[in-house]
Design a protein around this ligand. Structure first.
Ligand code: ATR
Length: 327
């Protein structure tokens, strides 16, 4: 595993992290024993960057991490998020960027995580009812107080990122980024490079499409969140699976799996991917991508096979898109 500094002066983190959304039942059910084993396998394989959020399984992901990794707290950099709660229509609940909410949400997360600090605390989605400066100010105070090592933003525009950074330096920006989601290359990635902010890629495997395990809508369990995502529906899914098949062929030629090729591509581009999985074997395979030295020509071929707008279907359904910051 290779390691990199998180942002300008943050801690060292493994170039491949672990996204702990799917240890909660979001992409289908998961046995607690498997989730625990997967988390431990990731750490044992050299992963030192664990990412969660208060909303993943309504606190379950954080609770599981607290329970499983409490005794190994000094071995990894812990990131969590607040401000992503939604109403019954999937729309963000207003007011989650307010300073008092931020402090209260952090205390609840720390208690579930069984720790006295997190290394990175993200605003999960911009609160349209609170100026970002107010939220950034509250987060800056939590840094000063030592309760968080630094703060991050997720799915915000470059404009919002700059406004927050002017109040208190942002440590990391987390956004969906993969061969199926190239939009961050336009403004966000250059802004992060300019400001010394780490760029963390969530859904690096296109929510599993690029891992090759999802081939048809019926592969998704009844309660799987992805059933509501346009990229996993009808003709879009067919088109995306055929793209993933071509990636699999290229990966096989390189002697790696599709997931490993895609993760290595992301690392090569300076991103920190945080793939999620419910399987210890996949956690180990993903961690191994943090050591791969593939030839640049493999990455060029990947970009030819999946050009920037190749994916079919929007990033999410209507309410998902409505919650993204487009300022
Ligand atoms: P997210 O950030 O939304 O969790 P992701 O990391 O792009 O999304 O993809 C997660 C999905 O990729 C999971 O459904 C996971 O399936 P398992 O839980 O069955 O492993 C799948 N995935 C993760 N690692 C994989 C690998 N090495 N090979 C194939 N599929 C993988």
């Amino acid at each position: 595993m290779r390691y990199r500094t998180l942002g300008t002066n943050g801690p060292q983190v493994s170039v491949v992290g672990f996204g702990a959304m799917t240890v909660a039942p979001v992409y289908g059910g998961v046995e607690e024993r498997d989730a625990t084993e997967t988390l431990l396998a990731a750490l044992d394989a050299g992963v030192t960057f664990v990412d969660t959020a208060d909303i993943y399984g309504a606190g379950y992901s954080e609770t599981l991490i607290g329970r499983t990794l409490e005794k190994r707290r000094d071995e990894y950099v812990l990131a969590t998020k607040f401000g992503g709660n939604q109403d019954a229509n999937g729309i963000l609940i207003p007011g989650m960027g307010r300073p008092e909410y931020v402090r209260q949400a952090l205390d609840a997360s720390l208690s579930r995580l069984r720790t006295d600090h997190v290394d990175l605390y993200y605003l999960h989605r911009l609160d349209p009812t609170t100026p970002i400066e107010e939220t950034a100010g509250a987060l800056g105070e939590l840094v000063q107080a030592g309760k968080i090592g630094g703060y991050g933003l997720s799915e915000v525009s470059a404009r919002t990122l700059r406004r927050a950074h002017a109040v208190h330096p942002v440590r990391a920006l987390q956004t969906e980024y993969s061969p199926f989601q190239r939009a961050p290359e336009d403004e966000l990635i250059p802004a992060c490079a300019e400001l010394g902010i780490a760029f963390v890629a969530y859904s690096p495997l296109g929510r599993g499409l690029l891992g090759g395990q999802v081939r048809a809508a019926d592969d998704l369990e009844a309660g799987d969140w992805r059933r509501n995502n346009p990229r996993f529906q009808g003709g879009n899914l067919e088109r995306n699976v055929s793209l993933a098949d071509r990636v699999a062929t290229l990966a096989a030629e390189q002697g790696v799996t599709s997931a490993q090729l895609v993760l290595a591509w992301l690392v090569d581009r300076g991103a920190l991917p945080i793939p999620g999985t419910r399987k210890a074997a996949n956690a180990r395979a993903n961690a191994a991508a943090g050591d791969l030295a593939l030839d640049a020509s493999a990455f060029e071929r990947l970009e030819e096979i999946v050009p920037p707008d190749a994916v079919a279907g929007a990033q999410g359904n209507e309410s998902y898109l409505a919650n993204l910051d487009t300022a």
